[in-house]
Design a protein around this ligand. Sequence first.
Ligand SMILES: Cc1cc2nc3c(=O)[nH]c(=O)nc-3n(C[C@H](O)[C@H](O)[C@H](O)COP(=O)(O)OP(=O)(O)OC[C@H]3O[C@@H](n4cnc5c(N)ncnc54)[C@H](O)[C@@H]3O)c2cc1C
Length: 404
Amino acid sequence: MVAGLAPGEAIVNPDKMFSDNNIEMRINRVNSIDSKKKQITLDDGKTISYDKLVLGMGASPFMPPIDGVDNNGVFSLRALGDAEKIRNYMETRNPSKLVFVGAGFISLEVAALVKDMKGKNYQVDVIELMDHPLPLMLDPEMGKTIHTHLVDNGFRMHMGRRVEKILGENGQVTGVQLDDGQSVDADMVFMNVGARPNLELAENAGIEMGRFGIRVNEFLETSDPDIMAGGDCIDNYHFITKRSAGTQLRGPAVIQGRLIAKRLAGYEIPFPGLLGNSAVKIFDKHVAATGFSETQAREEGFEPVSATVESRSKHAMIPGVQPWTLKLVFDKKTHKLLGGQIISSSGEPVKEIDAVNALIVGGKTIADLTTFMCAGNPDCSSEPSAEPITLAAEQALQKAGKPA
Ligand SMILES: Cc1cc2nc3c(=O)[nH]c(=O)nc-3n(C[C@H](O)[C@H](O)[C@H](O)COP(=O)(O)OP(=O)(O)OC[C@H]3O[C@@H](n4cnc5c(N)ncnc54)[C@H](O)[C@@H]3O)c2cc1C
């Protein structure tokens, strides 16, 4: 929407979807929950009684408490209203120097879309605390490919740098100051450095909290038997370790919403945990990841074995063939698949991350993956002999040897 690709109305579902299904949609803020009376109170003072209550309050962008974040021209992006404010500012103020704080997928996606806008010539600076872009998705060497791609597209990258202060004059942003003393000019600053779950409502209702949000069991039930919760506001857990995970993504929120509905209808399907499957398009590069990166696997206590394979979107002889790279990460002890990362110059291969995802869910090992067979066709897949999942497994087998 900010880059003019979609109008606001295209993003919001029509109320008809609800009314056709006998659901009354009320646009209002819930101010409090009285779990004893089983009642919620809305902003206008009205109350609604419930038998079962489902909480899906999402998260809000985290604004670090640094000097100058309240200057005019400093934005974060969460909802449609934020996008409208950003677009309005860009149309009326005509900024030319844009600074993106954080090199996660939201920052980079917006930065690439905006940079590509016709008739504009923005100077774009990206500042990131870690030493490479997309640090939650990619290992350093994979991140370097994206770093080069961004530099090639005119971005100025400041990796391993912290923003100390937002600079301003008369309340209007003029730049950011970095921890090495350098300052970067800015007419507009995007802060996208993570989101915090919206918990106030649940906390005030006395619902138990976990490490990253509302504590739920595998059926998404909270400490109150009549209140369920899902999405960005809950304490999610990782599929592999079963430990708390702060990952906030759309896929799990959708599946959790459906699971809550099934639970209310009497089904007993547990939520399996998150793998953090995510994808992003940056200019003409497509990036996708699932499970643990090698860095994360090490942090989680595994001894990882990894393999990286250069592949092709089609058979080498077919016009339009594009390169892509797959990295797989395994656990040396059990040989189980722990994660995968893809960087591709065309859209199709990113979906292979879903195959990687399914293989992790299935508990597959290096040996299993050496016999993994994919559909092959010259015009829509690499040659079977160059299929990257099996090639990565062959490489990993040599590195890891026979399982202990
Ligand atoms: C710019 C952007 C791009 C993203 N892109 C991707 C992507 O490509 N892929 C991906 O997997 N994820 C993406 N995400 C993350 C994804 O949007 C979230 O993980 C997902 O929306 C979480 O769903 P949710 O229902 O938990 O919360 P939300 O979608 O945030 O919905 C929560 C809703 O609850 C409302 N609410 C909160 N408190 C109250 C209250 N007291 N009373 C009434 N209503 C209340 C909020 O206003 C909000 O509308 C992106 C996020 C952003 C910000």
